[in-house]
Design a protein around this ligand. Structure first.
Ligand SMILES: NC(=O)c1ccc[n+]([C@@H]2O[C@H](COP(=O)([O-])OP(=O)(O)OC[C@H]3O[C@@H](n4cnc5c(N)ncnc54)[C@H](OP(=O)(O)O)[C@@H]3O)[C@@H](O)[C@H]2O)c1
Length: 251
């Protein structure tokens, strides 16, 4: 099976209007897969869709709402979807837990966990029935440990990583490739907004991240394949290191 046969004819990219999601959408188009692009801003979706060299459908949808998964399932019901890439997930707040109303964190939880469960259950069922395809859940180095300014974000990213690993184990034997894609700091518009003008060296290029993702769809459960960079460090040290890392965003 070639790439488009296995992961096409359609892919759904949730969080496709910029950064890694936009790069994934374009690269899927270059590989002959048609793309459903999902995010909140219709105008930005249209701009990205115009750069995708295959058929596209744009869906403006807030993935943090309670009915987001069922709305997306309905909006793609007429398509043969072979790949789900769930990319939306950054925390635009980068704030202390008690410095935001609980509704903000509940929205993050809904987008990064509840909607992901809804969509992986929906598309996972369809993919298992056809016996081919894939699902990618984008996680983060924040999944490796909690820390100050990371409470809900790191918890949701650990959730996504564990979900991807478990679905890899359950759905792999049924022909479905599942990948937990662990990103480090990446030069996306959303991350630039968090950096707010601060300089930062060594950011990954979203095009390279997208290329790594699509080249490793069948190499799960995770990319990179290595374990946590913290090895056997005591948890207190891990949390202190994570807190130091996050604190540079607030200096
Ligand atoms: N950038 C990094 O340094 C970094 C590091 C580690 C992990 N990651 C992970 O990589 C992924 C992409 O991150 P990113 O930096 O590109 O930021 P992001 O805020 O997750 O943005 C990615 C896309 O998601 C869409 N999106 C955000 N919230 C949404 C919502 N509620 N409903 C629908 N669409 C939504 C955005 O478009 P709209 O604004 O138009 O909705 C955008 O197209 C995330 O899962 C993040 O956790 C990023």
């Amino acid at each position: 099976m070639d790439f488009a046969e296995r992961y096409g004819p359609w892919a759904v990219v949730a969080g496709a209007s910029e950064g890694v999601g936009a790069a994934v959408a374009r690269q899927l188009g270059e590989r002959g897969v048609d793309v459903v692009l999902v995010s909140r801003r219709q105008e930005t979706l249209d701009e990205v869709a115009a750069t995708v060299p295959s058929r596209t459908r744009t869906i403006a949808l807030d993935l943090s709402t309670a009915d987001a998964a069922s709305a997306l399932a309905e909006a793609t019901a007429d398509l043969d979807v072979g790949l789900l890439v769930y990319n939306a997930g950054a925390d635009p707040n980068a704030a202390l837990f008690l410095d935001r109303p609980v509704e903000v964190w509940q929205g993050l939880l809904a987008r990064n966990c509840a909607t992901v469960v809804g969509l992986t259950h929906h598309f996972g069922g369809l993919l298992a029935a056809r016996g081919s395809g894939g699902m990618v859940l984008v996680s983060s180095g924040a999944a490796w440990g909690g820390g100050s300014h990371l409470a809900v974000y790191s918890a949701t990213k650990a959730f996504d990583l564990r979900l991807a690993e478990s679905l890899w184990a359950e759905l792999g034997p049924r022909g479905v490739h599942v990948l937990g894609m662990v990103l480090g700091e990446t030069d996306t518009p959303a991350y630039r907004r968090i950096l707010a003008g601060r300089e930062r060296e060594g950011l990954a290029d979203p095009e390279d991240v997208a290329r790594d993702m699509l080249a490793n769809l069948g190499e799960g459960p995770t990319f990179p394949p290595d374990g946590t960079p913290f090895g056997a460090l005591p948890r207190r040290q891990v949390v202190e290191l994570m807190s130091q890392g996050a604190s540079m965003l607030h200096s």
